[in-house]
Design a protein around this ligand. Structure first.
Ligand SMILES: *Cc1c(COP(=O)(O)O)cnc(C)c1O
Length: 378
């Protein structure tokens, strides 16, 4: 069996875990948590980083720290993993779902700008979406599959309308934002260290960026909002801290940062070349606002009815495949959220097939997947 995407735990993971047990530092305070935060800050070019229990908790915390709350409206792409939407919903806000462009697969800046100027009115209490009478509070661009959104444009737009900006960069650690560091293009961004991401801490996340005040607030709220050593808490907080055990695994993973990102890009480039000559098939695009991390590898087909047979013949030979994200507006809890045209997301999602892309995948297995895919597509 060749799995889709499994962790690559070939470094210091066991040694660091052993160290946690031997030193009795297994909980949310410990040297690996500090080291992990320093590494994430350094590797993303951020002023600081806050480690969390998951990417989803990082996103929820970043939104709350940015002032998003009950009754607000948050702009996000409908084409994303469900966690982007659930984090918004958990704040008590609602989402305003917009579309992606089909080159970067990220939130379409022009559409967001047009929708705001058409559907909103500026008032003393902020930007109001007329139909829902809700205050628009934030924009959440998503680094789809590690692809870079037009962050310069979103920063200018957020500034123009005084909106918070939080980027879901769950699988984008290692992306280059057109010559700028990932952590330097957004006040707060989040990464995930779930088991299927390029780097894992078992489960885990991080908030990073250039706004030290917001990062301090996130750290405070994420660790029960305690002031001092005694039991005084000055806000409604969360227990969203990463444990030293998780951070130990995360630190070992980040030691292989360059190597793992590089391998992901190689695997995607392999599939891109493989299908380059095939009619009606392409690789998953990486966009041109920056250099993508190419988290998941796979193909996009013009005719979605081809995929059932392809998937079956690959599975028969022990090669795992999977669809990719189903848009948020098609998920039961979010069907009532306001939305603009989402035609491109609706076109895309049934046409994507993801293929084995573990960083531990051997070249001979990659070639086997390639040969099998070519046969299955004929
Ligand atoms: C993986 C992912 C998340 C969630 O991260 P978890 O660590 O699984 O909570 C959020 N958003 C996107 C875009 C993701 O890919």
């Amino acid at each position: 069996m060749i799995p889709l995407a499994v962790p690559n735990l070939s470094g210091n993971e066991v040694r660091y875990l052993q160290e946690c047990i031997e030193t009795n530092f297994v909980s949310t305070v410990g040297p690996f948590v500090d080291r992990f935060e320093e590494s994430v800050a350094l590797l993303s070019g951020s002023v600081d980083a806050v480690a969390t229990s998951s990417g989803t908790s990082a996103l929820h915390l970043a939104l709350v720290a940015s002032g998003v709350g009950v009754g607000d409206l948050v702009v996000l792409p409908t084409y994303t993993f469900v966690a982007t939407a659930s984090a918004v919903a958990q704040t008590g806000a609602k989402g305003w779902l917009l579309d992606i462009d089909l080159e970067s697969l990220t939130l379409d800046l022009d559409q967001v700008r047009e929708a705001i100027s058409r559907d909103c009115i500026r008032t003393a209490s902020g930007l109001i979406h007329r139909r829902s009478q809700s205050r628009v509070k934030a924009i959440v661009p998503v680094y789809t599959n590690g692809n870079v959104p037009d962050m310069q444009g979103f920063r200018a737009l957020a500034q123009e309308y005084d909106l918070a900006l939080v980027a879901d960069a769950a699988a984008a650690l290692g992306a280059d934002c057109g010559g700028l560091a990932l952590g330097s293009v957004c006040p707060l961004s989040i990464a995930s260290f779930n088991g299927n991401k390029t780097f894992t801490s078992g489960s885990g996340g991080a908030i990073f960026g250039y706004d030290q005040t917001l990062l301090d607030r996130a750290r405070h709220l994420g660790s029960t909002a305690r002031r001092g050593r005694d039991y005084h808490h000055d806000a409604v907080g969360f227990n969203y801290r990463m444990s030293n055990l998780q951070a130990a695994v995360g630190c070992a993973q980040l030691e292989k940062f360059e190597e793992l990102v590089q391998r992901k890009r190689e695997i995607s480039a392999f599939y891109d070349r493989l299908v380059a000559g095939m009619a009606g098939v392409s690789g998953i695009p990486g966009g041109s606002f920056g250099l993508s991390t190419r988290w998941m590898a796979g193909i996009v087909v013009q005719d979605p009815t081809r995929l059932t047979a392809v998937r079956m013949s690959l599975e028969q030979r022990g090669i795992e495949t999977r669809a990719f994200w189903k848009p948020i507006h098609l998920q039961p809890p979010y069907q009532s959220w306001v939305r603009d045209s989402v035609a491109r997301s609706e076109w895309l999602w049934p046409r994507v097939l993801t293929l084995p892309c573990s960083t531990s995948l051997a070249d001979k297995d990659l070639e086997l997947v390639g040969r099998t895919l070519i046969e299955a597509m004929q």
